[in-house]
Write a protein that binds this ligand. Structure first.
Ligand code: ZN
Length: 215
């Protein structure tokens, strides 16, 4: 498991280091939110904002609950009785709610996952939970895509994995260059999905060719 967490990339290594750092108290977090309200130009003591620091601190515990969970444990329970099923397993349109690590604003979209089992399958709710654990961390879409694919590959050891994410980043749509309607598409293809164009095409066709001619 240490191997898994260390192997996903530098980001995971950084998270391990963070766990050794002193965790801020609830009042530290509330004071920080209060400062941001003042920074925005409002009065944190006015009635409507008085409980906001407490609410935001609580919301952060939900938004970032993924730091407290181990993705490998979630995928841990696999089934070997597959009646020799050897087709592709596709889970499409998994709702994605994450936060960009550059601006801490929402990334909203969909995740599509496919894998080709090698004798073992996993419950579909586990795949959705896996997405959630990585999504509930500060993210960039590219890292999120890799982390999901690499964890499935390492834990389930299928013949191949494909992950496609299409998402809109509010840091792009509501600030900065302001481009509403733009979505970003990322993918990571491993094993048969990387090596076999026909397999990859079948997956992309099943999810409606995300990023291509999809409505
Ligand atoms: Zn951003």
């Amino acid at each position: 498991m240490d191997d898994l967490i260390g192997g996903i990339g530098t980001k995971e290594a950084r998270i391990t280091h963070l766990s050794e750092r002193r965790h801020p108290s609830q009042s530290d977090a509330e004071a920080a939110v209060r400062t941001l309200i003042e920074w925005a130009g409002d009065d944190p003591d006015r009635e409507g904002l008085r409980d906001t620091p407490k609410r935001v601190a609580k919301a952060y515990q939900e938004f970032f609950a993924g730091y407290r969970e181990d993705p490998a444990v979630i995928l841990g329970a696999t089934f070997e009785e597959t009646a020799d099923y050897d087709g592709m397993v596709v889970l499409r349109d998994i709702r994605l709610e994450s936060h960009c690590e550059h601006h801490i604003v929402p990334i909203l979209g969909k995740v599509h996952i496919a894998y080709l089992p090698a004798g073992r399958v996993v419950g579909i709710s586990k795949l959705a939970r896996l997405v959630e654990v990585f999504a509930k961390r500060l993210q960039i879409q590219e890292a999120l895509t890799s982390q999901i694919a690499d964890t499935i590959q390492k834990v389930l050891k299928p013949k191949g994995v494909g992950v496609v994410i299409e998402a809109a980043h509010q840091c792009m749509t509501t600030r900065g260059i302001r481009k509403p309607g733009v979505s970003m598409v990322t993918n990571r293809m491993l094993g048969t999905f990387r090596d076999d164009p026909a397999m990859r095409r079948e997956f992309l066709d099943m999810i409606g060719n995300a990023g291509g001619n999809r409505k």
